[in-house]
Design a protein around this ligand. Structure first.
Ligand code: GLU
Length: 423
C-alpha cells in the first residue's frame, strides 16, 4: 500500500507542495510524515452482476487522511483512472481545504475505478450500493462522511444513503451529503462549488479593481462545476464565455458561447458536448493558452504543466478542479505573479464542501435552511478565506497557493499537537 501511494504522480505532487510549505513553516522532519500520511487507506473489490449475465470486479478505494479536527469528509468519484495514490492525494488536499475554511473535518476521498457512462443504470446502482456496503465498517456520520465528486451525482448519494440506512435499520441522512432535496439534501448543494468559484472570481476582479462586465473566460471541463461556473459568470457576472471543453471536444467562440444552450445540449447527449454547434472545434490543449481574462480548469489534476504555464494568457487562473497545476508549473507561474492572479484550488472550489458541511449539520439537527440562508453563510465563509489568503500572501511575500496551504497545514498541525499521536 505504501508504495502504491508514494509512487503515484498525484500523491508525489501533494507531497511536494506540502514539503515546500513545511520548509517555509519550519516543520521538522519527524513531524512531516505524521502530518501528511493518511490515517487509513482502504482498497476493495466490488463484484457486480452485469445485465448480460456476466460478473465484473471493479476496484474501489477510500482514503481517510486525519481525525484531528473531527470526522473525515470528502467526495466519492467514479472515474476509470482512479487509484489509491490519487485518492490519497485528494484526501490530503481535502484536509488543507477544510482547515482553510475552518470546517471541523479531516479530509477523505475515494471512489471506484469505472467510467459510469459505460454502465447501465441498473449496473450503476449495483456498484454504488456495493461500494457503500463494503465501506460500512469504516464510515459513519461521526467517522467519515462521503459526498459527490467527478462522475457521481445526487442519485448515487441517495443509493449510498439507502445502503447504509438499510444496514442500520433506520434512516441515516447524515452519512452522506449532496443528496436529493427530498432525502435531506441541502438547498444549493449541487450548485455550491460553481457558485463559490463565481463568487471568488468576482472577488478577485474587485480586489484588482477591474469591472468584470464583458470580460472573457475559458472553462475547461463541463461537468457540474464547470457548467454552473460558466452559467454563473455569464448570467450573473456579465462575462463572455469564449471557450468550453470536456473529455470529448473543445469549443471556441470569440463572440461568446450560449452556455445555457451548451448545458442543455450536454444533458441531452449523455453529458457530452460532442456535436455542439455553438462555436469552432479546436485543440483542447490550445484552448488553455488562448488570450482570456479568466482561465478556469474545472476538470482533473495536472493540466497546467511546465509545458503550458509559460504560455497562459489569462489575468486570473481560477482553479475549480483539485490539483490542476503541477509544482513545476507553479514555479513558472510564481515568476508571473504580477501578471496572473491565482485563486488556488483549495480556496477556489471550497464552496462544495462548505455547503456539504451545512447539509451534515442540518441533517443531524433535523433542520431546513432556505437557499438564501445557505448562500449567505457560504459567501461569508468564502469572503473570510479569500481575505485571509490574500492578506498572508502579501504580508509574507508568498504565492496565494503557499498562503492557502500554509493556513490549512498550520491549523491541522495545531490540532495534532494539542491532541497527541492518535488522530
Ligand atoms: N468533491 C468535493 C471537493 O473536492 C467535496 C465533496 C464533499 O462535499 O464532501 O471538494
Amino acid at each position: 500500500m505504501e508504495r502504491e501511494i508514494h509512487l503515484d504522480p498525484t500523491f508525489k505532487m501533494a507531497r511536494q507542495q506540502f514539503d515546500t510549505v513545511a520548509d517555509m513553516l519550519e516543520i521538522h522532519d519527524g513531524e512531516r510524515d505524521q502530518l501528511i500520511l493518511p490515517k487509513r487507506a482502504i482498497s476493495i473489490s466490488i463484484p457486480i452482476h452485469r445485465e448480460d449475465g456476466s460478473i465484473t470486479v471493479f476496484q474501489g478505494y477510500r482514503v481517510q487522511h486525519h481525525l484531528a479536527l473531527g470526522p473525515t469528509k470528502g467526495g466519492t468519484r467514479f472515474t476509470p483512472s482512479l487509484t489509491l495514490g490519487e485518492s490519497a492525494a485528494l484526501a490530503v488536499w481535502m484536509s488543507w481545504k477544510c482547515a482553510l475554511a475552518s470546517l471541523p473535518y479531516g479530509g477523505a476521498k475515494g471512489g471506484v475505478a469505472v467510467d459510469p457512462r459505460s454502465l447501465t443504470s441498473v449496473e450503476l446502482q449495483r456498484i454504488s450500493r456495493r461500494y457503500m456496503l463494503e465501506m460500512i465498517p469504516f464510515v459513519g456520520p461521526q467517522t467519515d462522511i462521503m459526498g459527490p465528486d467527478l462522475g457521481t451525482n445526487e442519485q448515487i448519494m441517495a443509493w449510498f444513503m439507502d445502503a447504509y440506512s438499510s444496514h442500520s435499520g433506520k434512516s441515516v441522512a447524515e452519512i452522506v451529503t449532496g443528496k436529493p432535496a427530498a432525502l435531506g439534501g441541502c438547498a444549493g448543494r449541487r450548485e455550491a462549488t460553481g457558485r463559490g468559484v463565481t463568487f471568488l472570481v468576482e472577488r478577485a476582479f474587485s480586489h484588482m479593481q477591474i469591472n468584470p462586465q464583458g470580460r472573457t473566460a475559458i472553462v475547461q471541463g463541463f461537468g457540474n462545476v464547470g457548467s454552473v461556473t460558466a452559467c454563473g459568470l455569464a448570467y450573473r457576472t456579465g462575462m463572455k464565455i469564449i471557450g468550453i471543453s470536456d473529455q470529448a471536444v473543445a469549443i471556441y467562440n470569440p463572440k461568446g458561447i450560449d452556455v445555457a444552450m451548451a448545458d442543455r445540449y450536454a444533458a441531452e447527449h449523455n453529458k457530452s458536448l460532442a456535436g455542439f454547434s455553438g462555436g469552432e472545434v479546436i485543440d483542447p490543449e490550445e484552448l488553455l493558452t488562448l488570450p482570456c481574462d479568466v482561465l478556469i480548469p474545472a476538470a482533473i489534476e495536472r493540466v497546467i504543466t511546465a509545458s503550458n504555464a509559460g504560455k497562459l494568457q489569462c489575468r486570473i487562473l481560477a482553479e475549480a478542479a483539485n490539483g490542476p497545476t503541477t509544482p513545476e508549473a507553479d514555479a513558472i507561474l510564481d515568476q508571473r505573479r504580477e501578471e496572473i492572479f491565482i485563486i488556488p484550488d483549495i480556496l477556489c472550489n471550497v464552496g462544495g464542501v462548505v455547503v456539504s458541511y451545512f447539509e451534515w449539520v442540518q441533517d443531524m439537527q433535523n433542520f431546513l435552511w432556505t437557499n438564501t440562508e445557505v448562500v449567505d453563510r457560504l459567501c461569508r465563509i468564502l469572503e473570510s478565506a479569500f481575505s485571509a489568503v490574500v492578506r498572508r500572501a502579501k504580508e509574507r511575500g508568498i504565492s496565494h497557493r503557499n498562503s492557502a496551504l500554509s493556513i490549512g497545514i498550520e491549523r491541522v498541525q495545531a490540532a495534532k499537537r494539542l491532541r497527541g499521536l492518535f488522530p
